[in-house]
Design a protein around this ligand. Structure first.
Ligand code: ADP
Ligand code: MG
Length: 240
């Protein structure tokens, strides 16, 4: 991202939810974007992932300048090169676990019941430890298991980048650790890039780097963040 600003109007007044943010994330890095509520984390993620367009500045993924793309091309790029994991799980309850995982392939024009699609889905379900639940409804899974399905779905297209917004916000700490372990493994074993927005200092300790936002600006970054150091910076920024 280079000099990215995203301005909203609030009560007629312009507010920079992101204010001149520049950041380069190398491929294969796990980055946590931290900051208290309202600091601009979700706006950052949406601009970085091509879900929202900045007011000014440029966003590139690889060699592609997202600002140069039509809506249709941007939709294709999100579908083919980006995986998303959100706090709310967005699984489709009427589909099986495996069908949920094959959804991004279906959107890409592949038949969800093709042997390749089924094999890919089973491979990613295996990697998150849920191959035996493939034919179940997501409604029969715990919150943590459902989030693992969401990660499998994000991985199924083998995306360049996985963007996660507060992926463990609704989970208890030990279940959250399972989710961080999977994201960490996606980086270490398969070279994915992970950008995770969170206000949780423990979550940040799983990342290679933590970037801190306050009032839409990057105020600090930290390499190999340790929970205690992250807690201290967050306290200086006025809590979570
Ligand atoms: P975070 O995810 O860190 O809690 P957000 O990126 O959601 O922060 O919000 C950053 C700031 O931008 C907040 O002040 C928020 O009120 C404002 N904001 C976010 N989205 C909109 C919107 N669609 N319209 C107006 N203001 C917004
Ligand atoms: Mg947010």
């Amino acid at each position: 991202m280079r000099s990215v600003t995203r301005r909203y109007l609030r009560g007629g007044q312009p507010v920079n939810a992101l204010d001149d943010v520049s950041l380069e994330i190398p491929q294969g890095r796990f980055v946590a974007v931290m900051g208290r509520s309202g600091s601009g984390k979700t706006t950052f993620l949406q601009c970085a992932a091509g879900l929202d367009r900045p007011t000014s500045g440029t966003v590139r993924i690889g060699n592609t300048d997202l600002g140069s793309l039509s809506e249709a091309a941007l939709t294709r790029l999100r579908r083919d090169r980006i995986g998303f994991v959100f706090q709310s799980l967005n699984l489709v309850p009427s589909l099986t676990v495996r069908e949920n995982v094959t959804l991004p392939l279906l959107l890409g024009g592949e038949r969800p019941d093709s042997p390749q699609a089924v094999e890919r889905a089973m491979r990613v379900l295996e990697s998150v430890g849920l191959a035996d639940r493939a034919d179940d409804s997501p409604l029969h899974l715990s919150g943590g298991q459902q989030q693992r399905v969401a990660i499998a779905r994000a991985l199924v297209t083998d995306p360049a980048v996985i963007f996660a917004d507060e992926p463990t916000g609704a989970l208890d700490p030990s279940t959250a650790n399972d989710v961080f372990t999977l994201l960490r493994r996606a980086v270490d074993d398969t070279g994915h890039t992970v950008v995770m927005v969170t206000h949780d200092p423990v979550a940040a300790s799983w990342a290679d780097e933590a970037v801190f936002l306050a009032k839409g600006r990057i105020v600090t970054n930290m390499v190999r963040p340790q929970t205690a150091d992250v807690v201290q910076v967050m306290a200086e920024l006025g809590g979570c």
